[in-house]
Design a protein around this ligand. Structure first.
Ligand SMILES: Nc1ncnc2c1ncn2[C@@H]1O[C@H](COP(=O)(O)OP(=O)(O)OP(=O)(O)O)[C@@H](O)[C@H]1O
Length: 508
């Protein structure tokens, strides 16, 4: 007969503490759970955090939760040693809380590994603290046969929690902001790493996520590449027990390729690799990214909406069969990594226009993430603009002058652009705006006055005697190019979506 290891009073608390550990840290429900557990002691967290700020701001209740969990676990451990059979649900919570405690004890050590890898200098000599970590797990797990694990399982847990820490830091490190839109984006990225069910992920999905392609869409300059890096660098990497280190260096396992910047032959050669002599200039055999990236790597196909039909077919085949050939070679080679793709185009619209293959699209969209426009990010309450400008100013002017530059830039933007400015270049434009303010004391916004592009268009209209409809069509095409969606184009033109599309596709 299975027996309980948590007392009747402790059990609800133990369950909730474990649920927090396995919930998405960027979702509101998780914080609601924390509030429930801590009651009047709960401290609100700051959403407005830029990378590098103290962790306590993000997780102000962590110490208290750790204290509570440790107390429960010591009592449960003593009971566990005395029972023959343990209730399964309690065993699971006991295991979950062990991970929670041990992970936090070793977090700083994980951070050292992460920093080293991101700085391009992974620590030599493997992971020295692995056995300390394992022994601390064993302190709790060895209390009963039901919670003892094989060495492989122990190292799997170690690798999973290293992944957890990487994901957490990567998401915060790259994406700045505390608006609803950015918080929702962070939560979405977390799901792309661990799914919405982290217990299932830990049980069975951790080494299957490479099978799902992640597609990132959103207007230009909204951080699609940042998102791709955050997901790609947060993939599961197993710990090699024999070698005493992780199977690959996560910091070197991300392979970005901008498809709009390269010719079709170069794209193929970069992705698929080639045999010596496959084309002029192919002086020796070469591995492509699909091969080089290996099982734990990620190939990021940026600007996927710009690829020509032939490449779309080839990529579709890779995703369907998980095999490919080097250029000029007949051998089929397996592709075992993950693919991510990004575009600012509206792919369903591209499909309707016949420029993007539908079957390819449905191979790409197993997991979709949309990055919000800067206008959307700034539309909520709060001091989001200040926060973003501060982040940018620190980056470009350094710690000594960052603060001052930020104040100057926020004041300038408030006075000259105001809330109505729509930031067509999104985050990238904001960066350039701050730089201009630093260099020239001001910024010539695209929406202010007539930009050179607009002037040229007016001149063209006059010379070629464009009709009003043709003129509108040029304008609509320009808007569509910048924002990538018919909805947004329609909103900016203040017409309905069908009309906007008619102008974009062309009325003459
Ligand atoms: N939320 C954000 N937090 C911090 N930096 C951001 C954010 N969004 C965008 N950026 C910055 O904006 C710039 C553009 O980002 P990125 O290149 O990832 O955009 P993109 O969406 O891939 O653009 P494109 O479609 O033109 O390729 C980068 O310098 C990036 O660091």
């Amino acid at each position: 007969m299975p027996q309980k290891i948590f007392s009747r009073d402790q059990w609800p608390l133990a369950q909730k503490l474990a649920a927090i550990v396995y919930s998405n840290p960027f979702e509101d429900e998780r914080w609601a759970l924390e509030r429930e557990v801590l009651g009047k002691d709960y401290q609100e967290r700051s959403r407005y955090v830029v990378p590098g700020e103290a962790e306590e701001l993000l997780a102000p209740n962590l110490k208290r939760r750790l204290g509570m969990a440790l107390e429960l676990m010591e009592a449960a451990r003593a009971r566990l040693a005395k029972v023959n059979e343990v209730v399964e649900a309690e065993r699971i919570v006991y295991e979950n809380l062990t991970h929670f405690l041990v992970y936090h004890e070793f977090m700083a050590r994980f951070d050292q590994l992460i920093e080293a890898s991101l700085s391009g200098k992974p620590l030599p000599g493997g992971v020295s603290f692995y056995y300390e970590y394992r022994d601390r797990q064993r302190y709790f797990f060895s209390a009963h046969a039901a919670t003892r694990f094989s060495p492989e399982q122990e190292s799997l847990y170690f690798a999973l929690y290293f992944q957890l820490r990487r994901a957490w830091l990567n998401i915060y490190r790259y994406l700045v902001g505390g608006s609803e839109a950015i918080c929702a984006l962070r939560a979405r990225i977390w799901n792309s790493c661990f799914t919405h069910d982290m217990r299932r992920y830990q049980r069975s999905l951790y080494n299957r996520m490479g099978d799902s392609v992640t597609l990132i869409t959103g207007p230009s300059g909204t951080g699609k590449e940042l998102v791709a890096r955050a997901v790609g660098m947060s993939r599961f990497v197993p710990f090699d027990l024999k070698a005493g280190k992780f199977a690959v260096d996560f910091g070197a396992a991300f392979y970005p390729l901008n498809l709009s910047a390269l010719s079709p032959t170069l794209i193929e050669s970069e992705l698929f690799g080639h045999r010596k002599g496959a084309f002029t200039g192919a002086l020796q055999d070469r591995e492509g990214y699909l091969e080089e990236c290996g099982q734990f790597g990620t190939v990021f196909l940026d600007e996927i909406g710009e690829t020509d039909a032939a490449i779309q077919v080839k990529l579709l085949r890779v995703l369907q069969t998980r095999q490919f050939q080097r250029l000029g070679d007949t051998n089929l080679r397996p592709f075992v990594g993950k693919v991510m793709a990004a575009t600012n185009r509206d792919l369903p619209e591209e499909i309707a226009a016949g420029t993007f293959r539908e079957d390819f699209y449905f191979r790409l969209c197993a997991d979709r993430i949309r990055t919000p426009s800067l206008r959307e990010v700034l539309s909520g309450k709060g001091r989001e603009l200040e926060l973003l400008v501060q982040h940018i100013s620190q980056k470009i002017a350094g710690p000594a002058d960052g603060e001052l530059l930020a104040e100057e830039a926020v004041a300038w933007i408030g006075k000259n652009l105001g809330h109505a400015y729509r930031w067509p270049g999104n985050f990238r434009e904001l960066e350039q705006c701050v730089r201009n303010i630093m260099i020239h004391g001001g910024y010539e916004a695209e929406d202010l006055g007539m930009s050179r592009g607009d002037a040229e268009r007016v001149q063209e209209a006059a010379e070629r005697a464009l009709t009003a409809n043709q003129m509108l069509s040029r304008y609509a095409q320009e808007l569509y190019r910048r924002c990538g969606s018919y909805e947004e184009t329609a909103r900016l033109m203040q017409v309905d979506r069908r009309t906007a599309k008619r102008y974009v596709v062309g009325v003459d």
